[in-house]
Design a protein around this ligand. Structure first.
Ligand SMILES: Cc1ncc(COP(=O)(O)O)c(C=O)c1O
Length: 521
């Protein structure tokens, strides 16, 4: 049955949703735009701690008496993050219009917080399936499981192989489709429905398009997909509620949003888009600064600039500014604020560090920083701050000009392995003898990346090495992840930026001459 053909509203579900969820999250009284906001999250003046952090951690004196920094504590929300705002609005509308009924399944692509927010529906008897396409921190998986959510873990962007046109996409798509099919079957979905759509599914997986995969699976299995990346209710929740809420709270403190800069990060673009629109409609200006981590850095819940570009709600013309900020530099700030008792997560720390940079550069005195979630899920990573020497990320030029320092080049990838031509190209481009290149099999790479310990083959190579070890993969992400896993065990290695595919000589070769699909499983 097509869900759209039966629009009867499940009144019992709606009532339970309103009493158990809607009434606990920020919303407009009487659903009236411009009206009072019920359940606002705290807007807290954190200027004193911000100044202390600047002085103690970064040795910066920002004693300016006009400086005002507020934190908008969405970490206090039901399910612990800002994402409950769009989730509640999208689900409320869907139940109210008969798109979701008791017993139905909700399926969505998410990097964590939106899925955790959807988990509130498990309490109402709805099944929630999240498609997770990124390496998530263990604490995030733990919360997803705790909320009773079913997880399909694809780890798609672990290390895509750009440039390996056609054939590679096909191979990856087929392997991933088999993985999706098996996970769906385990979750109780009928595999024959999947098989009937295999061409469409493989086409999406070939493009690593998990967002549309969630939509397609929802359609085929008669589930509901919130479509957070394309659903205007996501942006609208922040325009009509979050923006108005901050405005009302600043006014209560004798301030005006007109004079403030808001800092936020980017996941779907809902927060940045909604707040930008609120400010431009009410104050006719741009007031939102969007902060990204640089490529290669994984900050929980948010995207890099590259991964945001192309999404529907990535709208740079609406922002007051966009900045790439090094998360490594923001980590001591995260530790400082958490030790001070502030419940802030990784993305908040990135924004606060960006605020510090704006203040130092004299680019504003009044700021509202969106505290999108808290620290609990990220405790394990927090404990590592200051204790681990991060791996070096080095370019081909840097390696080639210091090649005598490297004694081992270790290939690391779970799907591809270099051909003879690839090994020769690596040796030539990096200026390192072929005998120093070690190629563990794909299973060994998988073992290392999944945190099951350091496989002997890799450990022995590194221990034997009289100089530095360099991790190399297809495009630079897998090797960085491997180097990070090793760093956690106290083993310092470097990772080659861009991997084999970005070596200058690789540009003149067919990638299929350099690498082949790994078979040693
Ligand atoms: C921790 C965290 N911060 C910020 C964001 C950004 O939110 P948005 O999706 O509205 O861009 C997200 C989104 O998932 C998030 O999980």
């Amino acid at each position: 049955m097509d869900q759209n053909q039966d629009n009867a509203v499940d009144k019992v579900l709606l009532e339970r949703f309103e009493s158990e969820i809607w009434n606990k999250v920020p919303h407009l009284e009487n659903n009236q735009e411009g009206g009072k906001i019920v359940n606002a999250t705290p807007l807290v003046d954190i200027t004193a701690d911000f100044k202390e952090c600047a002085k103690k951690i970064y040795n910066l004196d920002i004693s300016d008496s006009e400086l005002q920094v507020y934190g908008k504590l969405d970490s206090t929300l039901l399910t612990g993050s800002i994402k409950v705002r769009p989730a509640a609005n999208i689900i409320h509308e869907a139940i109210s219009t008969g798109k979701i009924k008791s017993g139905q399944t909700v399926i969505e692509a998410t990097s964590g917080n939106f899925g955790i927010a959807l988990g509130m529906l498990s309490k109402l008897g709805l099944q929630v399936v999240t498609i997770v396409s990124r390496k998530l921190q263990e604490g995030v998986f733990h919360e997803l499981r705790n909320m009773g959510i079913k997880i399909m873990d694809l780890e798609m962007d672990i290390c895509p192989a750009p440039g390996m046109e056609g054939k590679k996409d096909e191979l990856v798509a087929k392997a991933t489709a088999a993985n999706v099919r098996s996970q769906l079957t385990q979750l109780g979905f009928d595999p024959s429905i999947f098989d009937n759509s295999i061409t469409e599914i493989e086409a999406l997986l070939g493009k690593q398009d998990i967002i549309n995969l969630a939509k397609l699976l929802a359609k085929k299995y008669n589930c509901f997909c919130p479509e957070q990346y394309d659903n205007d209710l996501n942006v609208n929740a922040h325009r009509t509620i979050t923006g108005a809420e901050i405005d009302q709270q600043l006014q209560q403190d004798g301030n005006s949003l007109d004079e403030f800069n808001i800092l936020c990060t980017f996941g779907t673009g809902g927060t940045s888009g909604g707040l930008s629109r609120y400010i431009s409609e009410k104050y006719n200006k741009k007031g939102v600064h969007v902060i990204f981590p640089p490529g290669g850095q994984d900050v929980a819940g948010i995207r890099t600039h590259n991964n945001a570009d192309g999404l529907k709600y990535y709208q740079p013309e609406k922002y007051a500014g966009e900045y790439e900020v090094d998360f490594e530099k923001a980590k001591p700030l995260l530790k400082f604020f958490v030790e001070k008792g502030h419940d802030i997560g990784e993305s908040s720390a990135l924004e606060l560090y960006a605020t510090l940079q704006l203040v130092s550069a004299n680019k504003g005195k009044k700021f509202v920083v969106m505290i999108c979630d808290g620290i609990e899920k990220y405790r394990k990573n927090l404990e590592k701050i200051g204790k681990i020497q991060p791996p070096g990320q080095v370019s081909q030029e840097e390696v080639a000009s210091n090649s005598s320092e490297y004694d081992k080049v270790i290939w690391i990838h779970t799907q591809y392995t270099p051909q003879e031509g690839g090994i020769e190209l690596l040796a030539k481009s990096l200026g390192i003898d072929k005998s120093k290149i070690v190629i563990p099999n794909a299973r060994t790479a998988q073992q290392l990346l999944s945190g099951q310990g350091i496989p002997d083959e890799i450990n022995n190579s590194i221990q034997e090495s009289k100089g530095k070890s360099l991790m190399v993969c297809m495009a630079g992400r897998t090797s960085l992840m491997a180097a990070n896993v090793l760093a956690e065990k106290g083993i310092v290695t470097d990772s080659l930026i861009g991997g084999i595919t970005e070596l200058p000589e690789a540009r003149n070769s067919q990638l299929s001459e350099l690498v082949k699909q790994a078979s040693q499983f």
